[in-house]
Design a protein around this ligand. Structure first.
Ligand code: ZN
Ligand code: ZN
Length: 259
């Protein structure tokens, strides 16, 4: 029998830890044409390709301004453990916060390890920088997701800061964020976001980075906020979100990894 390489053995241990602690309540995000949004994986009106928010971001010739690729890992289903996870990991002190932080860190680390090269294949460009999406309007201090991931990221950061005065934070606008750096031609920034609600924050961050010179911007979001009481969402959960979280399921394609 072939020996498992040490790196892969460690990752298998991490994957088992993630599935063991959270696989029972996390669900892989699914993309099904005509049923879920092909960008953000929320449910759509039957037959639609995109949800209202994603369709608006892409309207009037703005498609090329939005992120080139979006990966969605899971759903934050309102009122359930997956929703508490995404809130709890950044809360100041409640019980369970360490567990939440561990699960969020594992989700990110494992997905990057297994699927970073998927978006590099899809775009034909190696990831050169990473970024997280600041809170809007600006909050003092480092964003909890940035603080959690920065020690382990081996890539340069493309730092983003949020505007202090924002009238409609969910709008898709380049001036919601600033970055102090000019990105070199050919750069590919991977933006990591926690909970995607309308996508306005992540798409605005992508636009700021594009204006700063990024050739490719990809967004990996940890969870699509999901209301079980809305429309036919309860039926969707029953029929499509019935399997435990599988880290091997590709979040960029919502299926098998690209060749
Ligand atoms: Zn969408
Ligand atoms: Zn993949």
């Amino acid at each position: 029998m072939n020996e498992v390489p040490a790196d892969r053995a460690l990752n298998l241990t991490l994957e088992a830890a993630l599935v063991g602690s959270a696989g029972g309540y996390l669900r892989n995000a699914v993309r099904i044409a005509g049923t879920t949004c092909l960008v953000c994986t929320t449910t759509v009106n039957a037959g639609d390709t995109y949800c209202h928010a994603c369709a608006r971001h892409r309207s009037a010739g703005r498609r090329q301004l939005t992120a080139d690729h979006v990966a969605m890992l899971t759903y934050a289903i309102e009122g359930t453990q997956s929703h508490w996870l995404m809130r709890g990991y950044k809360a100041a002190s409640p019980i369970g916060i360490t567990e939440h932080r561990n699960v969020v860190a594992l989700l990110c680390i494992i997905s990057l390890d297994l699927h970073r090269n998927c978006v590099e294949r899809m775009s034909g460009r190696r990831v050169t920088h990473w970024a997280t999406v600041p809170s809007l309007p600006a909050k003092a201090g480092e964003h909890p997701l940035h603080a959690l991931l920065a020690p382990g990221m081996a890539l340069p950061d493309a730092p983003l800061t949020a505007a202090t005065q924002v009238t409609a934070p969910r709008d898709f606008r380049a001036d919601h964020f600033r970055t102090g750096i000019q990105l070199p031609r050919g750069s590919h920034v991977l933006v990591i976001d926690d909970t995607w609600t309308s996508g306005g924050h992540a798409q605005s961050a992508a636009l700021t980075l594009r204006r700063a010179g990024a050739t490719t911007v990809s967004v990996m979001a940890l969870a699509r906020y999901f209301k079980p009481g809305y429309g036919s969402n309860a039926a969707f959960i029953k029929t499509h979100l019935d399997k435990d979280y599988d880290p091997l399921w590709c979040p960029w394609t919502s299926g098998i990894c690209p060749d």
